[in-house]
Design a binder for this molecule. Structure first.
Ligand code: AMP
Ligand code: MG
Length: 516
């Protein structure tokens, strides 16, 4: 075994006394022991070099046959006691009761260079929390999670990580668009890695069931291991804990808005207590800048999880977390005060972030108006978000005419010309403000927050289509490219381009269901 196991979650928190792997309501505990279901013929598709490094394992280690066995759940090493966590959650605004790790099985925790990591397999079979589903994951969604979670890390966005992507050799039945056309797809397992996978929903289920003792145990555990700076457990510490989670969550959302990431399913069971992006399902990346866009077809009607609504939804989710922590605090006012401060906190963090995207680090009167008018124009003229911001660092007064011409090549609008006067006006105003307030290192600053490369929706689909045929070269190429999203990497220039027309209405490129 290449890892030194150092479990705390299972050592310090109560386990489900029942060890039969049967779907059920699991009360009075935080998790259930359950072994992964062996798969037929696991083969390794990709291993994250950066995550290997973080975990202190070598390329040699990953080539040992025991590694793929471990990463597929086919071998449970000595001293490893796999388990699934119990959590609940609000899905699309309604309380859904017990959810839990329906297809994620935690292997163990390990501490490397002073950092604690938990490893879990997503798609390794049924657990007591699988409800009516199969506990498996398909190659399509696993490629998406593997590449995107790693890409987000390299973008500087707080996120869970991925160590490996394994093909299981099993076939999995999925009805991709939920329209009565189920088909078999290749199965896969991602080994996800994070300091902890505890979600808002872990607290919620205990509060909903009135299990205050377990709620306190889980909160104290979380404080001890992940928020030690807040001090020993007390009512005041619990309030500070909520405030800290709120701040981390806001920081994460500001990053999402910065890079144009739309999570797609911001249910409270998909909110990490550490403010990490977690559960990559029907997520998407903004192409044409549209605050109303959601990649998730299940959400197409209400668009609850649209790009522009992510900040408001994160506040709504934090409100649910506050309700869950209330039994430990028994005083609403301090929690309400924090809730009421969320919008202001978000808005000021968002404005600072947007200013950096534009090359400013000081405050000035017109900043709010400049940002608002830009957002409007980006939206109406259907500008590609990534192309626009990355190219903007090359703009100056001397090249404004050619710059406007450049803009037409970054827009999806069929009638871009009508927006030229408005763009000229905006650029004029921008230029005047740059002359007065630009950061002395404007270009370097802008290029450090405006990525050149993100995992565009159609890129993920290209990697999936090839992988489905056994060709993993795009996974390799995108992993390499997305390790340095802020570097020019001219050899990869073809990925710094508008979405191709074929991808506009292709399933998987602009529309995704929760089917995974
Ligand atoms: P999600 O919307 O993917 O975050 O999932 C919501 C809940 O459904 C979680 O409890 C998941 O573990 C569970 N779930 C999703 N897909 C499956 C599956 N194929 N098998 C078992 N449980 C699943
Ligand atoms: Mg989930």
């Amino acid at each position: 075994m290449i890892f030194a196991i150092d479990d705390t979650f299972t050592k310090e928190l109560p386990a489900d006394p029942i060890t039969i792997n049967q779907v059920r309501q699991v009360a009075d505990c935080c998790y259930s022991y359950v072994d992964p279901t062996p798969c037929v013929a696991p083969s390794m598709i990709h291993v994250s070099p950066d995550m290997m490094d973080k975990l202190g394992i070598t390329a040699e280690d990953t080539k040992d046959p025991s590694f793929v066995k471990l990463m597929s759940g086919n071998e449970v090493p000595q001293g490893c006691f796999p388990y699934a966590m119990c959590y609940g959650g609000h899905q699309f605004g309604s309380w859904a009761g017990q959810l839990g790790d329906g297809r994620a099985i935690n292997l163990f925790e390990t501490v490397v260079n002073g950092r604690r990591w938990a490893l879990q397999l997503k798609g390794a079979g049924l657990t007591p929390y699988s409800r009516s589903a199969d506990g498996l994951a398909v190659l399509r969604s696993s490629v998406r999670e593997y590449l995107c979670s790693e890409a987000m890390y390299f973008l500087g966005v707080p996120t869970t990580r991925a160590l490996s992507l394994v093909q299981t050799g099993d076939m999995v039945l999925r009805d991709v668009m939920y329209d009565g056309h189920p088909a078999y797809e290749k199965g896969a397992i991602v080994c996800r890695v994070a300091p902890t996978f505890i979600r808002f929903g872990n607290f919620q289920i205990l509060a909903a069931r009135g299990e205050t003792k377990n709620l306190k145990a889980l909160t104290d555990y979380t404080l001890k291991h992940f928020f030690p700076e807040l001090g020993p457990p007390s009512k005041e510490t619990y309030i500070r804990f909520f405030e800290s989670v709120a701040q981390k969550t806001i920081d994460m959302i500001v990053h999402w808005q910065r890079v144009g990431f739309v999570h797609g399913v911001m249910n409270t069971d998909n909110m990490s207590i550490l403010g990490l992006t977690i559960d990559y399902g029907p997520y998407g990346w903004l192409e044409n800048y549209d605050p109303g866009w959601t990649p998730n077809t299940t959400d197409a009607h209400g668009k609850r999880y649209r790009f522009g609504n992510q900040p408001a939804i994160s506040s709504w989710n934090l409100y649910q977390l506050a309700n869950a922590l209330y039994p430990l605090i028994e005083e609403a006012k301090p929690l309400e005060d924090i809730i009421h401060s969320l919008q202001d906190r978000y808005e000021s963090a968002y404005r600072e972030m947007m200013k950096k995207k534009l090359g400013f680090t000081t405050s000035f009167d017109e900043e709010k108006g400049l940002i608002a008018s830009l957002e409007e124009l980006l939206h109406s003229s259907e500008m590609d978000m990534t192309l626009f911001f990355r190219t903007l660092s090359d703009f100056d007064k001397g090249n404004d005419t050619t710059f406007v011409e450049k803009l037409s090549g970054m827009s999806y609008s069929k009638s871009f010309d009508q927006f030229i006067p408005a763009w000229k006006e905006w650029l004029d105003r921008y230029n005047q403000l740059l002359l007065l307030h630009a950061d002395p290192h404007k270009k370097a600053l802008m290029d450090s927050v405006n990525p050149k490369y993100v995992l565009r929706n159609y890129m993920a689909q290209i990697a999936i289509d090839a992988a489905d045929k056994g060709d993993y070269s795009f996974i390799e190429e995108f992993y390499t490219l997305l390790q340095k999203p802020y570097d020019e990497q001219p050899e990869y220039q073809r990925w710094f381009a508008l979405r191709p027309e074929w991808a506009e209405h292709k399933i998987g490129c602009s529309m995704l269901s929760c089917s995974s």
